[in-house]
Every structure is written in structure tokens, then in C-alpha cells.
Design a protein. Structure first.
Length: 345
């Protein structure tokens, strides 16, 4: 148990001791000039992990997603995505600002819109309509509670999009969580997509960085767009060294985070006034409600913090808590006790 039990996000993780050691000993070069050995090593291993021809290291998942969208679209095009997805809701309007494209959102309950609805939303060649040029999904789906996409439906959608000549992009920020939860390899989950963004921080613990993966020609263009967006770094091997630790040793342990999230949900469900759907807890993200006390969210958050527990209150009158490398079973029990005490006041 930690003095501060921070459940706000899995982005709050600190580098592991192995990462600090790797940073100190990493051979360095200049990534923009192409001779950064640790970056090159990470990109080769990352491409293999994701089952793609090539990969590119990016400073953030937002940049990785937006590079892909920028390559797959032209100004005035339309991107189809799930209504609560990160690329649409949490990337500061970058689809419009960087790619000049607009979004057609389709709602779902678990992060996977109905295939028929996606296909029906693809614009025809009518001159009055924007051209549909890309379909995106997110796995796991943060906005739907860390849900794992049904792979059979993803494969079927991919087949239909391929027949229509439309590219398919995956925001796989937490794809490693989806892999551990589903028992399918990361490469298998990424296979139906033309491009994939994959986060090395969050549950995998790196302080900075994401990979974008696809064909060699796609990554060649991605490198140019990354430079345009200011993502070309120099001795970035100190960051890539952490990424290598992440993909080599931090994936399997995600099962611990998933078990703790379920434990947390089960504990919260025993508290009067808290509503938790245990069936929706598939990975490390827990969403729940405190109906009737929405106006007290700031006070509740403050009282939790006084007890050493940090949680997020979202706009949809929903609380979110996320398990990760830097919380343990003791933190979960402390959190449940804190919630019980606050709800009793």
C-alpha cells in the first residue's frame, strides 16, 4: 500500500527500477538522422509485437493516432468512429485541426458499433457529401469502461472495409490489456487493421511514448508527418529504453491490474449508494455512479484525497478508477474503506 493511492489513471505510473537502469545504459544516437540505436531496436521489436512490417516511435498516443488519420485522409474527408472514442473526444479536435477531416460518430454500449450501421454510414460518391476515407476503433475502449472489442466482429468489419477499399485504423493504446484479457496475442488483435497506435506508458509503465505500426510505405510517410508535428527527437533512446522494458516484461503482469479492478468493483458494490456493473469490468478500468449525490462530487473527491485516495469524476456523472503498476491490493482495500467512510457521512 502507498501513502497516496492514485487511481485516477494508469498514466500516473512511475518508471520501474529496470527502466531507470535501462535509461542510464542505453546507447544513444540521433533519431532524426536515423542512427539512434535504441530507438531502432524498439521500432523493430514493436513492429514484430504488433505483427506489422514497420513501426515508428512517437512522443504520445495522440500524435500516433493523428499521424495515422492525417495519412489516411484528405481535407474535407470524413472519419467514422465510435461516439465515445478517444480520437474524437480527447484529442483536442485534432482530426479537424491536423487532418482537416470531420467525424461521423456512431454510438455503442461496449465500444463496438454495429457493423451494419458502420457500413450504412459510409458516404457515397454524391458531390454534396464528404468522402468517407477511414474507419477507426479503440481497443480496449476507455470511454466504455476498458471493454475488449469482440474480435470476430472486428475481423468481419475489416473484410467488408477491405472490399470497399477503405483503410482501418486502431487506437490500441491499451491493446496489451485487451490481449491479456482475451488470451489473444497483440499481433492477432492488430491483424485486421492497416495501422495501429500502441501506448508504451499507461499499464506498461513507460514514462513517455507510443508506437505507430503499419506497412513500410505507411511508416515512411508517418516519419515525415511526425517531423512536421514536432515529434522528431534526438537522443530519444533514453525513452525507447523504457519502451523495450515495457514490451519485454510488463505485458503479462497486466493480469494483476485486471484482478485488482475486479476486486475494487466488488468492494465498492457492497457500499450503499454506489452503483457498479461488475460484468462491465473486463480489464483495469472501473466506471461507477453515485446517484443522487452528483452535486457533491467535488466534496467527495476532496474527502477521498484527505484519506489518501485519488479518483476521477467525469462529465457524464460517472466516477472512474483505474488500476495499474503503482497500486496494489492494499491500495484497493484502503480505497474501499475510504469510499465507505465518505458515503456514510
Amino acid at each position: 500500500m502507498h501513502q497516496i493511492s492514485d487511481f485516477r489513471s494508469d498514466t500516473v505510473t512511475r518508471p520501474t527500477p529496470a527502466m531507470y537502469e535501462a535509461m542510464q545504459s542505453a546507447p544513444l544516437g540521433d533519431d532524426v538522422l536515423g542512427d539512434e540505436p535504441t530507438i531502432n531496436e524498439l521500432e523493430i521489436e514493436g513492429a514484430k509485437l504488433l505483427g506489422k512490417e514497420a513501426a515508428l516511435f512517437c512522443p504520445s498516443g495522440v500524435m500516433a493516432n493523428q499521424i495515422a488519420i492525417r495519412i489516411h485522409t484528405r481535407p474535407g474527408d470524413e472519419v467514422i468512429c465510435e461516439a465515445a472514442c478517444h480520437t474524437y473526444n480527447n484529442e483536442t479536435g485534432a482530426i479537424a485541426g491536423i487532418a482537416g477531416a470531420q467525424v461521423r460518430p456512431i454510438a455503442s454500449t461496449n465500444g463496438m458499433p454495429a457493423i451494419d450501421e458502420i457500413i450504412a454510414s459510409i458516404q457515397d460518391s454524391n458531390v454534396h457529401h464528404p468522402r468517407t476515407s477511414l474507419v477507426t476503433l479503440e481497443n480496449t475502449h476507455n470511454g466504455r469502461g476498458g471493454r475488449v472489442l469482440p474480435q470476430d466482429q472486428v475481423i468481419e468489419l475489416s473484410k467488408q472495409l477491405k472490399a470497399l477499399g477503405l483503410p482501418f485504423h486502431l487506437d490500441g493504446a491499451r491493446l496489451a490489456n485487451a490481449s491479456v484479457a482475451s488470451g489473444k496475442s497483440i499481433a492477432e488483435l492488430a491483424a485486421p487493421f492497416d495501422s495501429v497506435a500502441f501506448c508504451l506508458s499507461k499499464g506498461l509503465g513507460s514514462p513517455v511514448g507510443s508506437l505507430i505500426a503499419g506497412s513500410k510505405s505507411f511508416i515512411h510517410e508517418a516519419r515525415r508527418i511526425r517531423k512536421m508535428l514536432g515529434g522528431g527527437m534526438r537522443q530519444a533512446g533514453i525513452l525507447a529504453a523504457c519502451g523495450l522494458v515495457s514490451i519485454r516484461s510488463m505485458v503479462e503482469r497486466l493480469a494483476e491490474d485486471h484482478a485488482l479492478a475486479k476486486q475494487l468493483g466488488e468492494g465498492l458494490k457492497t457500499i450503499d449508494g454506489i452503483e457498479v456493473d461488475l460484468d462491465a469490468i473486463e480489464t483495469n478500468i472501473l466506471y461507477f455512479k453515485v446517484p443522487g449525490r452528483e452535486a457533491e462530487f467535488a466534496s467527495i473527491r476532496e474527502k477521498l484525497a484527505e484519506r489518501g485516495v485519488l479518483a476521477l469524476y467525469l462529465d457524464a456523472k460517472t466516477w472512474r478508477m483505474v488500476t495499474h503498476y503503482d497500486v496494489d491490493a492494499g491500495d484497493v482495500e484502503k480505497s474501499i474503506d475510504a469510499w465507505r467512510a465518505v458515503m456514510a457521512e
